[in-house]
Design a protein around this ligand. Structure first.
Ligand SMILES: [Zn+2]
Ligand SMILES: [Zn+2]
Length: 81
């Protein structure tokens, strides 16, 4: 048995993704606001890191964001280039 550290698994690559943030009713387009395009003005677009944000599959195949990691992502340690 050796106690050599095993090579760490490669960090998953950070990927920006656009999410829609807002009230559930707004996201389900069941609110009374004025729709602008797909969603009403209460819904805002945000760019987060897809890799480090956590989504849970909610009912209706609606991905619920439980943790948003702002983009640009700071989770990956800066690697010497
Ligand atoms: Zn990330
Ligand atoms: Zn709304």
């Amino acid at each position: 048995m050796t106690s050599q550290p095993r090579p760490a698994a490669p960090e998953p690559k950070c990927l920006p993704t656009t999410i829609y943030a807002g009230d559930t009713y707004c996201l389900y387009q069941e609110c009374d606001h004025t729709p602008v395009g797909r969603y009403c003005t209460e819904v805002r677009e945000e760019t987060v890191c897809n890799t480090h944000s956590r989504f849970v599959m909610a009912e209706d195949d609606f991905d619920e964001l439980v943790h948003a990691e702002p983009w640009p992502c700071k989770q990956t340690p800066a690697v010497a280039r």
